[in-house]
Design a protein around this ligand. Structure first.
Ligand code: SF4
Length: 500
């Protein structure tokens, strides 16, 4: 048995939450807790001493899911009163005391603005033997200054802002995460530099609305400047960001993307709807023409840019004609891929009480038509990559079938998923390590990924480049940190526990 108390974090929702969970892990480890996953499977208890739910209020049924999950833990709490259960994130910010009222076996409820208080609240709940609910209305400490247990050795997420000043009518973020708070550029750069020094070669700048970065300190061009400044950090090879808002997308950002060689030729920019009427009802202040104009300017400056988007189908009041507008814009935009969501009511948002909610079967039918259209476009765009040489940043576990197909997987610079073959008979020490880069030619464009079997061709093409990130991965394998699971590589993904 291990004397150290163990913790487990169950993450729901978006990348912000996954990144926040890295901070919660860092905080708990600094406070002396041990990651449950670090214990060999044979000795691992079924439940950790502290179970933290990092919740999301955006997804459908978030309430039911949270209370269902809390209910499942109740028998464990009855068996072991020392087990502590904490609930943080957006649902905590929204429901506050209601969580303890509905699930009195919860020990701690903390909000999105005071993550740093978690260890103290756990201690206080243990000492006082009573639930501690602490929600702050404004940010206590910028989350990035909290200790972080990073999930990846070669890629890191770096928050540049939290909160959002927009008021999209379907979104709960403004009421739960507050107004936009920008992190000073020198702090962002210090974190990026520190990551690069540790061997990280890819960073993703994170914010609800990255291109309004600077609004707080009065510099409208701050995001473009930040991209350029990150581009001069030695060792960084790939700079990505998510998500920009079309209304605030300016040409200086396009210029910074094009002129900064480390910024990858990819852009994820949410369209949400192609109908101007629906965009107005969503309170998204751009129109479809502006959106398409931005894409044209991005493609003029970065011809090989892979552009992806988010789309919502069935927003209240969406007519067949509005939906046809979305299909037309999607057709014109030629997205490499799209995250497509069916609108569903989120309590607490203005859209939840709008008239003319679209019946479920209509939403489903439109959703299927949209998916069919986008799948066809994604496939055609991927087929257009056939014959091209791509640089793949090798990842572990991106390809679920890699074992069967004897391929490895990773991401091209434009973030397309690539499964590639290795030269036949390659000795194990000559294989690419996660974090290394290979150059291969695309032999097949599938609807949702590329296959690059050029190493097997009569005239093989395959080139391996060992990187500092590969070295960093090797170090983590050779010298694991006691009490932590081996560091995975690649951007932290929604693991098996993430179900948001
Ligand atoms: S831009 Fe709109 S959708 Fe995005 S976080 Fe802000 S309010 Fe929500």
């Amino acid at each position: 048995m291990n004397a150290q108390k163990t913790y487990e974090i169950r993450t729901h929702g978006c990348q912000m939450n996954v990144h926040d969970s890295e901070r919660l892990a860092g905080l708990l480890e600094t406070a002396g807790y041990l990651d449950l996953d670090a214990i060999p499977a044979a000795d691992r208890p079924a439940v950790a001493d502290v179970v933290v739910f990092n919740t999301c209020a955006v997804r459908e049924n978030a309430d039911n899911k949270l209370y269902g999950n809390l209910g499942q833990l109740r028998p464990a709490k009855l068996r072991n009163p020392d087990l502590q259960i904490a609930v943080g994130g957006c649902m905590a910010q929204k429901d506050r005391d209601l969580i303890v009222a509905k699930a009195p076996w919860v020990d701690v409820v903390f909000g999105t603005h005071n993550m740093g208080s978690l260890p103290v609240l756990l201690e206080r709940a243990r000492h006082n033997r009573s639930a501690q609910v602490e929600i702050r209305e404004s940010l206590e400490t910028f989350p990035s200054t909290l200790p972080t247990r990073r999930e990846s050795a070669y890629a890191g997420w770096v928050s540049i802002s939290v909160g959002c000043n927009n008021t999209c009518t379907y979104c709960i973020v403004p009421s739960l995460r507050g107004k936009e708070e920008d992190r000073p550029p020198q702090d962002v750069l210090a974190e990026v530099t520190a990551l690069a020094e540790q061997g990280v070669i890819e960073i993703t700048l994170l914010g609800q609305n990255v291109n309004t970065y600077g609004v707080q300190f009065g510099d409208r061009r701050a995001f473009g400047k930040l991209l350029q400044a990150c581009g001069s950090v030695p060792g960084l090879e790939r700079i990505r960001f998510t998500s920009p808002h079309p209304a605030a997308f300016t040409d200086d950002v396009i210029a910074a993307m094009a002129d900064t060689s480390a910024v990858t030729p990819s852009l994820h920019m949410p369209l949400q709807s192609g109908s101007d009427r629906v965009l107005a009802a969503m309170r998204r202040s751009y129109r479809s023409k502006r959106f398409l104009d931005i894409l044209a300017r991005v493609r003029a400056a970065i011809p090989n840019a892979a552009i992806t988007t988010d789309l919502i189908v069935g927003f209240p009041g969406e007519t067949e004609q509005d939906f046809m507008g979305t299909l037309e814009v999607v057709e014109a935009a030629r997205f490499a891929s799209a995250f497509t969501f069916q609108y569903s009511i989120r309590r607490g948002t203005p859209a939840a009480t709008m008239p003319d909610q679209v019946p479920k079967q209509v939403v489903q039918e439109r959703f299927e038509r949209l998916i069919a259209l986008q799948d066809g476009i994604s496939w055609a765009e991927n087929r257009a990559c056939e014959g091209k040489t791509v640089e793949v940043l090798v990842a572990p576990g991106e390809g679920r079938k890699d074992g069967v197909t004897a391929r490895m997987s990773g991401r091209a610079r434009d973030h397309r998923l690539v499964h590639f073959a290795l030269p036949p008979g390659l000795a194990p020490p000559d294989r690419p390590r996660p974090g290394d880069c290979v150059e291969v030619a695309v032999t097949y464009g599938a609807p949702h990924h590329l296959v690059a079997d050029s190493a097997l061709a009569d005239d093989p093409s395959y080139r391996l480049r060992r990187t500092r990130a590969g070295d960093a991965w090797q170090r983590t394998q050779a010298h694991p940190v006691p009490g932590r699971p081996l560091v995975s590589l690649g951007l932290p993904r929604m693991g098996p526990r993430a179900d948001g």
